[in-house]
Design a binder for this molecule. Structure first.
Ligand code: PHE
Length: 367
């Protein structure tokens, strides 16, 4: 500890006469200032600087002690000692402030230098980023349907129970509505809000817009409480299609599935519909395409069947049209939906769907 800073001068001067006492105080202040200035000059760390500040300027410092002592002085002497005291404090404070600025600037400079990241290094290897396989396929699908005159609709990833289930004619007891199958959000008022489990809610938004005809697709992310395994992800992508116009029937659906699948998988691809069930379509069907690997001969990918199941479709259920006040006497429609990630792994014969989300550059760079 610097000598003057820690010394208590007053107890020992009590007995001396006033003049002596003042002299001692002034001399102490002088040496304190000189000593403080060189201490502040030498210090090289912010933490050490703040320790010095409390030592020289804090309540328990010599300056603090002199201040306390002031009350025992005569008014005349008090003034001259007070001036000296204030001048000493100002000098030391100024010195400390200046040093603080210098140290902070140096610290910032050091930090900036440490944080420098040479982003030009990445391309030394000739690596450039590109769209993820799923985004590439989504864009390809969008192009195909734009070519057929469809619009691309925006959906919401967070939906109410009404849009995700009720307006789509899903029974109140349907298993998809349980906590085990869907991700519900905590809401202040207890209302049922969830991460959409399929892209079908966009059908309801399009219908309630009340503008016809509708020829629309909606690609996007959907969420289900599934454990990730080679064939499932809890977050994946679907594309929904909705057509509502006068005189739309099953043949229109059949033709659309055929044409769009051939555009995606090649003109030699065949499609077939099998009876299926969805609450929001009637009749409903599952649709299959000929296996992209064996072209229908039967192989490991298609389990020897020659066919691969791709999605669901059907004519829009009258209850769905009615829930959104659509004139069912005038309009009818069809809808379809299928998984984009599933399409991606099928087209490229990818063994495990989880590869799509692992961000392994060796996998991603192949597409
Ligand atoms: N929403 C259905 C699903 O997620 C697919 C579907 C869409 C079926 C449109 C029929 C019509 O499985």
């Amino acid at each position: 500890m610097p000598a003057a800073a820690g010394k208590c001068v007053y107890a020992s001067v009590k007995a001396q006469d006033m003049e002596e006492k003042i002299k001692t105080i002034i001399a102490t202040l002088d040496s304190l200032v000189a000593e403080g200035i060189s201490a502040f000059e030498e210090v090289g760390e912010l933490a050490a600087l703040s320790a010095l500040e409390s030592l020289y300027l804090g309540k328990k410092s010599v300056l603090g002690g002199v201040k306390k002592e002031m009350s025992s002085l005569d008014p005349e002497e008090r003034r001259s000692v007070g001036e000296k005291l204030n001048a000493a404090r100002e000098t030391l404070e100024k010195k400390a402030r200046h040093k603080k600025e210098l140290l902070e600037a140096a610290q910032l400079k050091r930090q900036i230098e440490e944080d420098i990241c040479d982003i030009t290094e990445v391309n030394i290897a000739g690596l450039y980023g590109h769209l993820h396989l799923v985004s590439q396929i989504r864009q390809e699908l969008e192009d195909i349907f734009l070519g057929l005159g469809y619009e691309i609709a925006e959906g919401n990833e967070i939906e109410s129970d009404w849009y995700n289930f009720t307006a789509l004619n899903v029974d109140p007891d349907h298993p998809a509505r349980t906590m085990q199958d869907s991700f519900y959000l905590d809401t202040v008022d207890g209302s049922s809000i969830l991460l959409r489990t399929h892209t079908s809610p966009v059908q309801v938004h399009l219908l309630e817009r009340g503008e016809f005809p509708i020829y629309a697709i909606c690609p996007g992310r959907v969420y289900r409480r599934d454990t990730a395994d080679p064939r499932h992800l809890p977050v994946f992508h679907q594309i929904e299609g909705l057509v509502v116009d006068e005189g739309i029937g099953f043949a229109d659906l059949r033709g659309t599935v055929e044409v769009s699948m051939q555009a995606i998988f090649g003109s030699e691809t065949k499609t077939r519909l099998r009876p299926g069930y969805f609450p929001f379509t009637e009749p409903s069907a599952e649709f299959d395409i000929t296996c992209v690997i064996c072209k229908g001969q039967g192989c490991r990918t298609c389990g020897g069947q020659g066919w691969i199941e791709l999605g669901g479709c059907g004519l829009v259920h009258p209850n769905v049209l009615a829930a959104s006040d659509v004139d069912t006497g005038r309009y009818s429609g069809f809808a379809f939906g299928f998984g984009i990630d599933r399409l991606a792994i099928m087209r490229h014969n990818i063994f495990d769907i989880r590869s799509l989300i692992e961000n392994d550059i060796r996998f991603l760079s192949q597409f």
